[in-house]
Design a protein around this ligand. Structure first.
Ligand code: SF4
Ligand code: SF4
Length: 453
């Protein structure tokens, strides 16, 4: 029965909820979680509600896929859809969380209890457990291992970057691995972020505020460390300039977000085991934690705490993990951020990544950049279409382009001198789709430039 029919019944559940949304823990260690029959029943229940609602039709390709299945079924209702096709909807979801955070009126505590992203996560986990996940997807989500392989020996990074730019090589990659020949692939750097900043630690006396300790540990992230290592210089220079003691987390692995998106929850648990004790120890020593990629921050702020609700160390890390501009804004509110700048940034098109939006912290990056005189920031709050590994897979590439094109068009239309996104992957995707020649920059790079550092 569709939700429309349900809502017309006397005594039917009310539309929306008056109470603040809550999120249930992810029950991934219970046998029910992996019960294929129970999963199918839950997919049917939630898909039927979504069919009656359809608010999320323009968010991603998962909802149009679901609604097409219904609209092309003989009954024009969910009961006419072949259940073996449910997985097509699941495969289109890249767990951006936007449907839960920005659209859905039926999230808990509403009695319909709809958590679409975490239902997709459960379906991905069941698929992974059944061994139905492609080798390509396991390979692409092994970000740490692949990057280590490419960057450990000098020159291997240069060779890989060179071959990744050759059309014949890309055609072979597409045929053998299913990586689309036009997709943007990351470039690798032997001189990693961790190597670059190793000698830049300065001992600064921390000045604490009510909400910050004034002493941060940077979780470099896979992308920051191997693919965008200059970010280390930007972060160290800006934080030190503002009197904040900054050093690297002594050792780290991938945060686990790519494996979460794959449904490999045991791998996520291994990432937890590797990272959380180290981070918790840093927090005990007075450090706050930051990371340059919103998805990795979200992993520690939201997904790990929901997977391990009883784990005191995970909850401790959640409480001291900050988006970097959220951190700078807290320092600014305490009067501790320097606001003398050496140069204006001009007009900036600023893409707000989904995994930043769902942190519910407002547009702190925009607000900090706008402290720079002679700077106007135009925020673009739409999905870039990159979405982890979604945009590089042959079968999803066209859909990813369709999702990201409106952002690129906005960047083209704005014709601003600069373009930035907190997510370096989203930034390169938008720059790739834009017709104008735009350089993708991280906002921390822009802030360093504005300070003249
Ligand atoms: S989590 Fe994101 S990708 Fe998944 S269904 Fe919701 S909006 Fe679409
Ligand atoms: S996730 Fe919620 S808002 Fe989106 S289509 Fe389903 S019921 Fe509607």
């Amino acid at each position: 029965m569709s939700s429309e029919k349900l809502s017309m019944r006397e005594g039917a559940p009310r539309e929306g909820s008056l109470e603040a949304p809550t999120r249930h823990p992810i029950d991934w260690q219970s046998p029910d979680f992996y019960d294929a029959h129970k999963l199918e029943q839950e997919l049917e229940r939630v898909f039927d509600i979504c069919h009656g609602c359809r608010r999320c039709v323009n968010l991603c390709n998962a909802f149009p896929t679901l609604f097409d299945l219904v609209d092309e079924s003989p009954t024009l209702e969910l009961d006419g859809v072949d259940k073996t096709h449910f997985i097509k909807v699941v495969d289109e979801c890249y767990l951006c969380d936007m449907c839960y955070m920005s659209k859905c009126p039926y999230v808990p505590p509403h009695e319909w209890n709809v958590d679409f992203p975490h239902l997709m996560l459960r379906a991905k986990a069941v698929k992974f457990k059944k061994g139905e996940t492609l080798f390509r997807d396991r390979f692409l989500t092994s970000t740490d291992a692949v990057a280590k392989m490419i960057t450990t020996i000098p020159m291997v990074d240069a060779v890989v970057n060179h071959f990744n730019a050759q059309p014949p090589v890309r055609n072979v990659l597409e045929k053998t691995l299913g990586v689309h020949h036009d997709a943007v692939l990351p470039t690798y750097h032997h001189n990693t972020l961790r190597k670059r900043v190793a000698g830049q630690v300065k001992s600064l006396t921390p000045v604490p505020t009510e909400q910050t300790s004034g002493k941060v540990a940077l979780f470099a992230t896979c992308y920051g460390n191997y693919n965008s290592p200059h970010l280390g210089d930007d972060f160290f220079k800006v934080f030190q300039h503002n009197g904040i003691h900054i050093e690297l987390v002594p050792q780290e692995q991938c945060c686990g977000m790519p494996k979460l998106e794959l449904g490999d929850l045991e791998a996520v648990a291994r990432a937890r085991d590797a990272n959380i004790p180290v981070l918790a120890e840093m927090i005990d020593a007075g450090y706050d934690i930051i990371a340059p990629v919103p998805s990795c921050v979200l992993m520690f702020k939201q997904e790990l705490p929901l997977m391990f609700p009883q784990d005191a160390q995970v909850q401790k890390v959640k409480s001291r993990m900050f988006d970097p501009f959220e951190y700078l804004m807290l320092r600014h509110k305490a009067g501790l951020l320097k606001t003398e700048f050496a140069q204006p940034l001009g007009d900036v098109s600023y893409h707000v990544a989904c995994h930043l939006r769902v942190q519910n912290i407002g547009l702190k990056t925009r607000d900090i950049l706008q402290l720079v005189p002679g700077t106007q920031v135009q925020a673009i709050e739409r999905c870039s279409g990159h979405d982890g590994t979604y945009a590089v897979k042959t079968e999803f590439y066209e859909a990813a382009i369709k999702i990201g094109r409106p952002v690129a068009k906005k960047v083209d239309d704005n014709a601003n001198s600069r373009f930035a996104s907190d997510c370096p992957m989203a930034a390169t995707q938008v720059a790739h789709l834009a017709k104008r020649d735009v350089a993708a920059e991280h906002p921390m790079t822009l802030l360093r430039i504005a300070y003249g550092l």
